[in-house]
Design a protein around this ligand. Structure first.
Ligand code: SF4
Length: 133
């Protein structure tokens, strides 16, 4: 029940590029060409962790997502995700306006980058390999 004057909590946002230690969702696989092949419907991160080869970091094989931690993350500007902003801006500078057809992705409804940057975030996202260092 909501009360007049009481604003509901904002929805929890997902961070679409998350190191394995904090991941909850198996977002996609990195193809040999370095693109993300998104996994739908949503699978838990454990599926990717169990399937990963041990010869290189799991983050270089899979894209994982987890809860956005806002001010606990170095990319948080105080208001939004600076990484999503940077990726979307660079993509548009290099490639031009994002295509309107979005990839099928399991977390769009709660994705931090999409909520703040729109379709340009998704266009850039499909090129991102998480840096696990
Ligand atoms: S940026 Fe777009 S494609 Fe990437 S995880 Fe968010 S909603 Fe999905």
């Amino acid at each position: 029940m909501t009360h007049a004057g009481h604003r509901p909590d904002p929805p929890e946002r997902m961070r679409p590029s998350t190191p394995a230690a904090n991941a909850t969702v198996f977002l996609g696989m990195i193809t040999p060409a370095g693109r993300v092949a998104y996994v739908t419907p949503q699978l838990p991160a454990e599926v990717a962790l169990a399937a990963a080869g041990t010869d290189r970091p799991v983050e270089s094989q899979y894209r994982l997502a987890g809860p956005c931690v806002t001010s606990s993350c170095g990319f948080w500007t105080g208001e939004h995700c600076g990484l999503g902003e940077r990726l979307a801006t660079s993509y548009q500078e290099a490639v031009g306006p994002a295509e309107t057809e979005l990839p099928r992705c399991a977390i769009r409804r709660t994705c931090r980058w999409f909520a703040e940057q729109g379709a340009a975030a998704c266009a850039a996202c499909s090129h991102v390999v998480t840096d696990s260092r």
